[in-house]
Ligand binder design. Structure first.
Ligand code: AHR
Length: 542
C-alpha cells in the first residue's frame, strides 16, 4: 500500500512557499494554516460532488424508486426525502445505470409503457450475498425517463453510462438520439416524448478491464474509437468519458492512450473525462482472497485499521498526480481531465439495513473522514479533476442515505457533502498546512500519518476552509491566517464523536450531526481548536 510522506504532502499543498509565512500570532498553537489568497489554483468544478446510482441491491428499488402508488412520500415514484436532501447539497450530476450493470443493460428495456417492460436477470444475479429476490431480477420500472425525472427534481445533470460490452455502437448512437433528438423529430424522439433530455455526459463502457469486457487497454481503445466516431450531436456538446484504470494501474492509462492516438493525435480530443476508480478498504485478517469477504468490517475496527483505512483513501492524491503524469505523455496540453466516477469506502457485508441491499453498509465517523479528505484532495487539483461520483448514493457503498421502506436516514457522509457544498464553483486557494504528524503503530512498528490536511476556496470576501484531523486522541490548536487579507469574522462547523464507529441509524438518526459556533478572531487571525478525529469547516469573512 503506497503512502504519501510528509514531503510529498507539503509539496502538494504548496509548502515550498514556507518562507512566505507571516509571523506567528499565537504561542499556544501547535499547528498553523496559511491561506494564500493571491494563489488561485483554479475553479472547483461543482461536478466533483457528483453521485452514482446503479441497478444494484437496494440502490434503485427501495432507495430511489418507490413507485407512484407507494405510501412512501414520493414525487412521481421517486422517494421525496432523497430528492429534498440531494437538492439541499446541490447535487450537480448523477451517473446511471452502472457500474458493472451498465455493460449488461439494454436501454430499450426501460422505455416501453411501464406494464409492458421486460423483466431480466440483473447483472448481479449470481452474487451469493443477494438474499430474497430483490435485484436478482430487473423489472425495468426505472428507465431513462424515470432517471431524467430524478435529475430534474434534484437539479442534477444526467450522466448516462453506455453499454460497450454487450450492445453495439449503433445502440449507443440510438440511445443518444433517444435522449437528445429535438421533440417530435425522429421515431425515437417521439417514443421519448416531451423535450430533449440534453444529456452531455456519456460514459463509454465501465471498468472495461474487468466486468466491462475483460479488454486489454489496446482492445478497449479500438472499441472506444469505434463507439465514439460520428455519434449524432443533436446540438449538444457531448462529453465522452472513457473507462479508466483501477487505482494504480498506470499501464491501463498508458496502453489506452497509446492505441487511441496511434493513427492520429487528434483522437485525444474525443475524450472529455478519464474515469479513474479508487475504492478504500481494509483487508480483513486471514480472509484476503475473497473479493467481498476479504474486506474489513464497517463497524468493528481497531485504531490501527482506522489509520490504515485513511492511508488507503489518501492514495487518491498520488493516483491523481501519477495518472496525470502518464496523461501528459500523450496530451501535454491536458485536454483530458479526470472524471473519477467511482470512489468511496468498501466494507464487507453485515451492516446493511436490509438483506436485499447488496453492498449496503453502515457509514461511520471513519467514512466521514474519508469523505472529507477525498473532497479536499479534489479541491487541491481543480486543474485536473472535472468530475467525481461517490459510490453510491443510497443503500450501498459509501452511501449518503440509508432507506428501507418508509424509513430514511442521512449518514455522516451526507453531512460532509453538506459542509463542502459551498466549495462548488469557488476559486481553490493554495493553502499551507503545518501540523505535527500523528504517531501510531502499524504491524507492531512505529508509524506516522499527517497531522492535518484540507483545502480552502474563495467566493468574493468569503473563504471556506475544510479540514480533516485524523488523530484519534489529539486535538490541534491551530492558528489560521489569510495571506494578503485580515479575517474579520469566523464561524466553525465540527463533525466528530466519541466513538470511532459513531453512525446514524433509523433509531438514532441524529447520533452524528455537525455542531456549529463562532470562532475567536484576534488581530486579523483565528486561533481555533480542531477536535481530534474530525471533519471541520471554518467560514471566514475577510
Ligand atoms: O460500485 C459497485 C461496483 O464497483 C460497480 O458496479 C463497479 O463499476 C465497481 O467495480
Amino acid at each position: 500500500m503506497a503512502q504519501i510522506g510528509r514531503r510529498e504532502f507539503l509539496a502538494a499543498t504548496g509548502a515550498a512557499a514556507a518562507t512566505l509565512l507571516a509571523p506567528r500570532t499565537s504561542a499556544a498553537a501547535d499547528s498553523r494554516i496559511e491561506i494564500l489568497s493571491g494563489e488561485v489554483l483554479g475553479r472547483i468544478a461543482p461536478e466533483i460532488h457528483g453521485h452514482f446510482v446503479e441497478h444494484l441491491g437496494g440502490v434503485v428499488y427501495d432507495g430511489v424508486w418507490v413507485g407512484e402508488d407507494s405510501k412512501i412520500p414520493n414525487e412521481g415514484g421517486i422517494r421525496r426525502a432523497l430528492v429534498e436532501h440531494l437538492r439541499a447539497i446541490k447535487a450537480p450530476v448523477i451517473r446511471w445505470p452502472g457500474g458493472c450493470f451498465a455493460d449488461s443493460y439494454n436501454w430499450r428495456d426501460g422505455i416501453a409503457p411501464r406494464g409492458e417492460r421486460p423483466t431480466r436477470a440483473n447483472f448481479w444475479v449470481d452474487v451469493p450475498e443477494i438474499q430474497g429476490t430483490a435485484q436478482k431480477f430487473e423489472p425495468n420500472a426505472f428507465g431513462s425517463n424515470e432517471f431524467m425525472r430524478l435529475c430534474r427534481l434534484t437539479g442534477a445533470e444526467p450522466y448516462f453510462a453506455a453499454n460497450l460490452r454487450s450492445l453495439e455502437a449503433q445502440d449507443f448512437a440510438e440511445w443518444v438520439e433517444y435522449a437528445n433528438a429535438p421533440a417530435g423529430s425522429t421515431t425515437l424522439a417521439k417514443q421519448r416524448g416531451g423535450e430533449p433530455f440534453d444529456v452531455r455526459y456519456w460514459g463509454v463502457g465501465n471498468e472495461s478491464w474487468g466486468c466491462g469486457g475483460n479488454f486489454t487497454p489496446g482492445e478497449y481503445a479500438t472499441e472506444y474509437r469505434r463507439f465514439t466516431a460520428w455519434v449524432p450531436q443533436m446540438g449538444v456538446d457531448l462529453r465522452f468519458i472513457a473507462a479508466g484504470p483501477s487505482s494504480g494501474d498506470y499501464e491501463w492509462t498508458r496502453g489506452f492512450f497509446e492505441t487511441l492516438v496511434a493513427r492520429s493525435r487528434g483522437q485525444i480530443r474525443s475524450v472529455w473525462g478519464w474515469a479513474l476508480h479508487h475504492y478504500t478498504w481494509n483487508v480483513s485478517q486471514g480472509r484476503t482472497n475473497d473479493w467481498i469477504e476479504g474486506k474489513g468490517d464497517a463497524l468493528k475496527f481497531t485504531d490501527e485499521e482506522w489509520y490504515e483505512f485513511l492511508r488507503e483513501g489518501d492514495r487518491m492524491e498520488t493516483l491523481i498526480q501519477r495518472h496525470w503524469d502518464v496523461l501528459a505523455e500523450f496530451d501535454p496540453q491536458h485536454h483530458v481531465k479526470f472524471a473519477i466516477d467511482e470512489w468511496g469506502a468498501w466494507h464487507r457485508p453485515g451492516s446493511q439495513v436490509a438483506p436485499t441491499h447488496l453492498f449496503g453498509q453502515q457509514v461511520t465517523l471513519r467514512d466521514a473522514l474519508l469523505t472529507g479528505l477525498t473532497l479536499d484532495t479534489f479541491n487541491r487539483h481543480p486543474d485536473k479533476v472535472a468530475m467525481a461520483n461517490v459510490a453510491q448514493v443510497v443503500n450501498c457503498l459509501h452511501a449518503l442515505f440509508l432507506a428501507d421502506g418508509d424509513r430514511f436516514v442521512t449518514t455522516p457522509a451526507y453531512h460532509v457533502f453538506a459542509m463542502h457544498a459551498d466549495h462548488q464553483a469557488a476559486e481553490s486557494l493554495r493553502t499551507v498546512i503545518s501540523a505535527p504528524r500523528v504517531r501510531h503503530t502499524r504491524n507492531g512498528e512505529p508509524e506516522s500519518f499527517w497531522g492535518l490536511a484540507g483545502s480552502a476556496s474563495r467566493k468574493e470576501n468569503r473563504i471556506v476552509l475544510t479540514l480533516v484531523n485524523p488523530a484519534i486522541g489529539e486535538p490541534r490548536e491551530t492558528e489560521i491566517l489569510v495571506r494578503g487579507a485580515a479575517i474579520k469574522e469566523a464561524r466553525w462547523t465540527h463533525l466528530t464523536a466519541e466513538q470511532l464507529n459513531a453512525h446514524n441509524s433509523f433509531e438514532s438518526p441524529g447520533a452524528l450531526q455537525p455542531s456549529r459556533g463562532q470562532a475567536r478572531v484576534t488581530g486579523g487571525a483565528v486561533v481555533h481548536q480542531i477536535p481530534a478525529k474530525s471533519v471541520v469547516r471554518i467560514d471566514l469573512t475577510v
